[in-house]
Design a protein around this ligand. Sequence first.
Ligand code: UDP
Length: 382
Amino acid sequence: MFNHIVVGSGFAGSVIAERIANVLNQKVLIIEKRNHIGGNCYDYRDENNIIVHKYGPHLFHTDYKEVFDYLSNFTDWHIYHHKVLAFVDGKKVPLPFNLNSIYEVFPQELAKRLEVRLIEKYGYGTKIPILELLKEEDQDLKFLANYVYEKIYKNYTMKQWGLKPEEISPQVTARVPIYVSRDNRYFTDRYQVIPKDGYTKIFERMLNHPNIKIMLNTDFKEVISIDFERKKIYFLGQEFKGKLIFTGMIDELFNFKYGILPYRSLDFKFEAIEQEYYQEAPVINYPNDYEFTRITEFKHIHPVKSEKTTILKEYPKAYSSNTDIPCYPLLTKESEELYYRYKEEAEKFKNLILVGRLAEYRYYDMDDVVKRALEVFEERIR
Ligand code: UDP
């Protein structure tokens, strides 16, 4: 019947299903818990005719030409350079914290000195993770590091992860380094684009194929079971000998046998505002104030003429129940060790493949996950 079953229809699952259907011309079944495809990339037009991202802002950026070319089969784009401001001591300053931010928050003379020091020490155009800059011994740079740590990273990270920057994997805060530059863009990748009709349309076009069947509203546990002893997978009570491509939470797949892997979740609160624009940038971060981490105004991302505007506030929390949305793996030494126990267990199954942010417990961006799914298809499925 089906040669392949894919659990989850985010980028990991959808790219693999699309490749199986088109390249191998084989049948594939996708099992999706939610009532829609696209995972956390899902977007839709709201009552104000504005495209909003249901699970928080998704901004596509990549240096991988092959990923950009592959996705271009399913969408047209518009060029879009993402901008983020951080609200700090009553001022809104560019993020990543850069030379312009320095001039916004410090007196001219001090700012000039910091600029010169940074360029002397690191060079113009370099990026420095905050945890690296904190090791500085130069007095001025140490002062800068402490300031940026306190005002930008510490409280935002506490809100977002429930932990301090030094308690989580350094790769997390390194995603937003201090940038020795006057470039105010959030990303510096070669391709920075937004799908013209939104992300959901990409998934619809990928999955609209006679070889692909999709079961929505179906928790994988309703149709799949696993014999841990004999390392066998069952679909609707019958042994499944094809490949199972699993993109959900790996601890759940293994019935939490080694313990619970921490994932981070968010509550998303949308508000319709009776004015043309709400804020001056697509995203404004609030590291130190309020319970939410940031406010996104989608009109800046998908421009449309409308008297009204829609904003989104994100409230972080632990992933703790089946109705929460798993958004991020919470990367610490302990959680990564626990993940490796699950990974080892998974490798004992002949026909089980794990892909994606949740199943591989990696902080993949959209382009990383598409790249990974294309590689996994070539190496393990084709
Ligand atoms: N971060 C921070 N302050 C900010 C922005 C980011 O401390 O104003 C840290 C925080 O730990 C955050 C991480 O950098 O979780 C990664 O930020 P990014 O914007 O990449 O997060 P995402 O958009 O993936 O939620």
